[in-house]
Ligand binder design. Structure first.
Ligand code: UDP
Ligand code: MG
Length: 140
């Protein structure tokens, strides 16, 4: 069993797509092992997005991601990291196929509905970044 860190980005909450996205994750058979609303600070975002923090678009990304509280979620399932990435589609929503979460609900390359970990190792690191140990539960 594998785990991944999901962030429902501000556009997803603003446009009220949260239920729809969770439904897709549930239909795929994944189990929610952690879930909370939180406001992401610039310091936390800089750590989470360290791989893009020196890119020109970063200030815009930070402003977007801190524009309102977001939902962070831990999901567990067989091969969940890759299968969630497949459900999302590519980073740029305009290039994402219809039927994918970003293709159906996303706006552009920044405003793209959901974050999901890109490897099993990063799933573990990112879950520890956003959740205290006691906020994550064992799937029944
Ligand atoms: N991003 C952006 N402009 C870009 C590339 C990325 O604003 O040209 C943002 C976008 O919100 C993306 C996040 O930075 O989701 C992290 O980028 P990454 O390459 O890790 O994409 P992801 O793993 O989210 O598909
Ligand atoms: Mg990424």
């Amino acid at each position: 069993m594998q785990r991944t860190l999901i962030i429902f980005k501000p556009d997803c909450l603003n446009q009220r797509h949260v239920g729809n996205v969770i439904d897709r994750f549930e239909q795929a058979g994944f189990t929610i092992v952690g879930c909370k609303l939180m406001r992401l600070t610039p310091a936390l975002l800089r750590e989470h997005y360290a791989h893009v923090a020196d890119r020109p678009f970063y200030p815009n990304l930070e402003a977007f991601m801190s524009s309102r509280p977001v939902i962070v979620m831990g999901l567990e399932g067989d091969n969940v990291v890759q299968r969630v990435r497949d459900l999302l589609g590519p980073t740029d929503s305009r290039k994402a196929a219809k039927g994918t979460i970003r293709g159906d609900f996303g706006t552009d390359v920044t405003v793209n509905v959901v974050h999901a970990s890109d490897s099993e190792a990063n799933g573990q690191i990112e879950l520890a970044r956003f959740f205290k140990p006691e906020e994550l539960f064992t799937a029944p």
